[in-house]
Design a protein around this ligand. Structure first.
Ligand code: FE2
Ligand code: FE2
Length: 191
């Protein structure tokens, strides 16, 4: 009887753990996603500044930038809703994002698309990981992140469809950008 009771209580505490998101992880998720979406808007701003909005590639980038704008607006609201402070590194991501966007655009259309592929690959994978960290108490946030993950992967595919892989030095360029994004993610969670 005692045995049965203790089994039951272990079971119920286990299901409690499975349904409640760790508050520290939740805070990091909101902070880092806000930082990432902010960085993404700045990258596309930098690329559009070089290509202009009226060129064929400019219109394609504008479409992705419009979606990033919705993503950042959502996370602006979520910061307030969850009372999470943004990363202190926003001024850095502001400059670095814009510079990365402008420099890759100056490298040509394929290089700009290679940047998109690298960034969106990391962000897409990052969102995918978060889906497993968010529990049943965060269903709404989970579905928002799932939607964004799908859109980031669409951006990645737009890059591939526009010859990103034929950019000069594609392999090195994408590895450097991927590493930069992963580093930015790691520090933006904490700082
Ligand atoms: Fe995004
Ligand atoms: Fe994106």
């Amino acid at each position: 009887m005692t045995q049965k009771k203790s089994n039951r209580s272990t079971k119920s505490s286990k299901s409690y753990e499975e349904s409640i998101t760790d508050p520290n992880i939740l805070e990091e998720i909101i902070r880092v996603d806000h930082a990432g979406e902010f960085g993404a808007t700045r990258i596309y701003d930098g690329q559009i500044a070089v290509f202009g909005k009226k060129s064929k590639i400019g219109k394609m980038i504008q479409h992705m930038a419009d979606q990033e704008q919705k993503h950042i607006e959502t996370f602006n609201h979520l910061l307030l809703e969850y009372r999470v402070r943004p990363t202190a590194l926003l001024p850095l991501w502001n400059i670095m994002g814009y510079t990365l966007g402008a420099l890759t655009a100056l490298g040509g259309e394929k290089t700009a698309m290679a940047c998109t592929v690298a960034v969106e690959k990391v962000i897409g994978e990052h969102y995918k990981k978060q889906s497993t960290l968010l529990k049943n108490d965060q269903k709404k946030l989970k579905s928002t992140i799932k939607k964004f993950e799908k859109e980031e992967l669409e951006h990645h595919d737009i890059g591939i469809a526009n010859d990103a892989k034929n950019a000069p030095g594609y392999f090195i360029l994408s590895k450097v950008i991927e590493l930069g994004c992963k580093t930015a993610i790691a520090v933006s969670k904490k700082i």
